[in-house]
Design a protein around this ligand. Structure first.
Ligand code: C5P
Length: 402
C-alpha cells in the first residue's frame, strides 16, 4: 500500500541510541520525511559510533544534535527549543541504557536532557539482546515508562545481532513509521467506546473451489479500525478475506461468507457501542452449496438467493447505538438520493457515499466520500484512505460528543 502524506504539519524529535539496529533508524527517518514530517535527530555518543551523524543529517535535511556543549547550531538553548517545537519524541532504537536513564530522570547527555524537557507524546522502540530485554530491571523500567504514558513498540522475536534467537529485534522500519504516524494522530476522544468495524468482501461458495465475491481489498475498513483505535476506542474488526494484517491494538475476527459475518457481528454487537459497516457484503449467494466440485458439463451453477442484510439486522437490535454505513455508487448524482434513502431504510445514523468504478474505490489506496447525516453533508476530497478514515472518524467524534 502506498504511504499517505499524513505528517505534513508535524515535527518529530527522533532520538537514536547505540544499538546495532541504529542503521534501521535511517530508513524510519527517511519514511517520516516522505510522509511530510520535519524530523530533528538527536544521537547519543554510542549511536554516533555506529552510524555517522552525517547520514542522519543528510536524510533528515536538518542538523543532528549530539553534544550538550557544542556551539549552538540553530538556537541559543537548543535542547529546550527542540523540546518545545516537536509534536512527538521517538527513540529508535532504544537501548536498555537509555530506557533505564529516562525511567529515572537522568539527564547526562543531549538526548536524555531533551527527553526530560519534553512534555508531549513519547514513543520508544527498544532493541537489545534477549537476556537484556528479559532482565527484570529492564522490564521494571519499561513498566515505569508505560505508567508515565510513554508508548513502547515491543521488539520482535527472531535472529539477533549475536546470532542467537530471541526477543529483542527492532521491528521493521515500516511498522515503526506507522506507529509514529498513529501516535501523532491519536487522542482520547473515543476512549471508553467499543466499536465494531466490518471490512473487506465476503465470499459465497458454490463448491469447494468456486465462489462469488467482489474486488474489495478491505483497505478502507482497516483504515477506519485503525483511526478509531488511534482515538482511544476498543475496536473489533470483522473482516472478510483480505491480504491485510490487523492494525495494532485492534482485535481481528476473520470470516468468509455474509452469514458468518452476520453471526460474528451479532455475537459482538451487545458488547459494542457503535458500528462502522464498511464491508462489501455480497448481496447474493448460491442457494445450494455443493460438497463436490461442480462439473463443467453440468451446465449451470444453480439458483441464487439473497444474503442477510447485516446492517439492517443489527440496527433492529441496536437500541440507541450509532451506526455508520457505506453506499458505493457508480452514479454520484443519483447516488446521493439513494444514499439518503438507504441510510433511513437501514437504520443508519450516518452514511458515507463513495464513488466506485474502474479507477476508484475498490482496491485503490485513495478515495473520496460525502458524509451524510441528519445535520447535513460534508465532502471529504480525494485522499489516501488512512487520512480519509481519520476525517470520517473526526465527524463521528463530533456527532457522538453532542
Ligand atoms: O444496499 P447496499 O449494499 O448498497 O448497502 C450498503 C451498506 O449496507 C453498507 O454499509 C454495507 O456494508 C451494508 N450491507 C449489509 N449487508 C448486506 C449488504 C450490504 O450490511 N448483505
Amino acid at each position: 500500500m502506498q504511504s499517505p502524506e499524513d505528517l505534513q504539519d508535524k515535527t518529530v524529535l527522533f532520538g537514536v541510541t547505540g544499538g546495532i539496529a541504529a542503521y534501521k533508524a535511517v530508513e524510519v527517518v527517511s519514511a517520516l520525511r516522505r510522509r511530510g514530517a520535519e524530523v530533528m535527530v538527536v544521537m547519543t555518543d554510542a549511536a554516533s559510533e555506529l552510524v555517522s551523524p552525517l547520514t542522519f543529517q543528510t536524510i533528515s535535511a536538518n542538523p543532528v544534535y549530539t553534544d550538550m556543549f557544542a556551539e549552538p547550531k540553530q538556537w541559543n538553548v537548543e535542547h529546550i527549543e527542540l523540546a518545545q517545537r516537536a509534536d512527538l519524541f521517538a527513540v529508535v532504537p532504544a537501548t536498555a541504557n537509555i530506557i533505564a536513564k529516562i525511567a529515572c530522570g537522568i539527564a547526562d547527555d543531549f538526548l536524555s536532557t531533551t527527553w526530560l524537557a519534553f512534555t508531549g507524546p513519547r514513543i520508544i522502540a527498544p532493541a537489545m539482546n534477549a537476556n537484556m530485554w528479559d532482565n527484570p530491571v529492564t522490564q521494571r523500567n519499561l513498566r515505569c515508562l508505560t505508567g508515565l504514558g510513554c508508548e513502547v513498540i515491543e521488539p520482535d522475536r527472531g535472529r539477533l545481532a549475536s546470532g542467537a534467537e530471541g526477543r529483542g529485534r527492532l521491528p521493521e522500519p515500516g511498522v515503526i513509521t506507522e506507529e509514529i504516524s498513529s501516535a501523532l494522530h491519536g487522542d482520547c476522544s473515543l476512549s471508553g467506546y467499543r466499536i465494531l468495524v466490518t471490512a473487506g468482501p465476503t465470499r459465497e461458495y458454490f463448491d469447494p473451489v468456486r465462489y462469488l465475491s467482489n474486488p474489495s481489498s478491505g483497505k478502507m475498513g482497516y483504515a477506519l479500525a485503525r483511526a478509531a483505535r488511534e482515538r482511544g476506542a476498543g475496536v473489533h474488526l470483522v473482516s472478510g478475506p483480505t491480504d491485510l494484517s490487523a492494525p495494532r491494538g485492534v482485535q481481528l475476527h476473520r470470516v468468509t461468507s455474509a452469514e458468518e459475518m452476520l453471526e460474528r457481528c451479532r455475537r459482538l454487537w451487545p458488547q459494542t457501542d457503535a458500528l462502522f459497516m464498511c464491508a462489501a457484503v455480497c448481496d447474493y449467494r448460491p442457494a445450494r452449496h455443493s460438497e463436490q466440485k461442480i462439473k463443467k458439463d453440468e451446465g449451470q451453477l444453480g439458483e441464487m438467493v439473497r444474503t442477510p442484510d447485516i446492517v439492517t439486522t443489527l440496527s433492529e437490535e441496536s437500541g440507541k447505538r450509532f451506526i455508520l454505513g457505506f453506499a458505493a455508487e457508480t452514479d454520484e448524482v443519483a447516488g446521493t438520493e439513494r444514499a439518503v434513502d438507504k441510510m433511513r431504510r437501514k437504520g443508519m445514523d450516518m452514511i458515507a457515499l463513495n464513488p466506485v468504478g474502474e479507477a476508484r474505490g475498490f482496491g485503490m489506496d485513495a478515495n473520496r466520500v460525502v458524509l451524510i447525516d441528519d445535520e447535513g453533508s460534508e465532502s471529504l476530497p480525494e485522499m489516501h484512505k488512512l487520512p480519509l478514515a481519520r476525517g470520517i472518524v473526526d465527524r463521528v467524534v463530533r456527532v457522538l460528543s453532542v
